[in-house]
Design a protein around this ligand. Structure first.
Ligand code: SF4
Ligand code: SF4
Length: 270
């Protein structure tokens, strides 16, 4: 989906500009209105923490700007409507893993995404709910962004500042390295925000649906799914890992028109 590529590039560049501008603002330069934008507002950890602290005591954690809440509202509204589109279209950490993954596909060819058995891949996917629980507990106890010491997103956009913990840089490099053999490893196995937003797949209004009557079982939809979901055996994709990227649809990968579509309504699986 070319549109998605451009949206991803656009958001990546915008967030990189915010990060660079923060550095310039500290030395008295930069663009004034942009220096108010919070990098943490769209970070995989910051998003969970913003919501949690607001619900529990109505307060914003220091470093997180109030605009985070508006952004959070938009992300949640979008998730109820079409699922975690934030992950598939906006999150720059997700995007960079996909871009590194393209190189991985070139290097490893057919072995790409196949080194981790499907069953293990599914089981490892539950780790991100452990990370989500950990973030909530740590936040409840400290009310600070202590997880920035392990946050690869923060490392990605601040690595040149000297403010990033070495542990976060190691995690970022590990994630990018793993992206060469498996698509979006951080999103699949570790991201707490993705875990949280993924719950919306169970009740989202517009869902990815496959029409079993017209499907020719070519499994193109499976091979393009960046989250390893078997669309070819689903009627309606309710998998917690779906990131609403739309790569599996008939407009993108499925060769049969109107076989895989994003559709609303409550009619159930084929
Ligand atoms: S099931 Fe389709 S929309 Fe969901 S993550 Fe996979 S390719 Fe993207
Ligand atoms: S790409 Fe389309 S035709 Fe091929 S398996 Fe998936 S749904 Fe069926």
């Amino acid at each position: 989906m070319k549109t998605r590529r451009w949206v991803q590039i656009g958001f990546f560049l915008f967030i990189a500009a915010i990060a660079v501008n923060h550095g310039l603002a500290e030395s008295g330069g930069g663009i004034a209105w942009l220096s108010n934008a919070s990098l943490h507002a769209i970070c995989p950890f910051g998003g969970v923490v913003t919501l949690y602290t607001y619900i529990t005591d109505g307060a914003m954690i220091k470093k997180i700007h109030e605009s985070s809440l508006v952004l959070m509202g938009l992300v949640l509204f979008l998730s109820v409507l079409v699922g975690p589109a934030f992950c598939g279209w906006v999150c720059p950490l997700g995007s960079i893993q996909e871009w590194v993954g393209k190189l991985g596909r070139k290097i490893f060819g057919k072995s790409y995404n196949r080194l981790i058995p499907k069953k293990a891949d599914r089981l490892l996917g539950w780790i991100r709910y452990g990370v989500l629980a950990w973030v909530l507990v740590v936040t409840a106890l400290s009310f600070d962004l202590v997880f920035s010491t392990v946050d690869p997103y923060f490392a990605l956009f601040q690595f040149w500042t000297g403010e990033v913990a070495i542990s976060a840089i190691i995690i970022l490099l590990t994630v990018l390295g793993l992206s060469l053999i498996v698509e979006r490893p951080w999103c699949r196995y570790a991201c707490p925000y993705g875990a949280f937003l993924g719950i919306s797949n169970k009740f989202r209004i517009f869902t990815i649906r496959r029409n079993a009557k017209t499907c020719v079982d070519c499994k193109q939809c499976d091979s393009v799914c960046p989250m390893g979901i078997e669309v070819s055996t689903s009627g309606k994709v309710r998998d917690l890992r779906c990131i609403s990227c739309m790569e599996c649809t008939s407009e993108a990968a499925c060769p049969i028109p109107e076989t895989v579509q994003l559709l609303g309504g409550i009619k159930d699986e084929a």
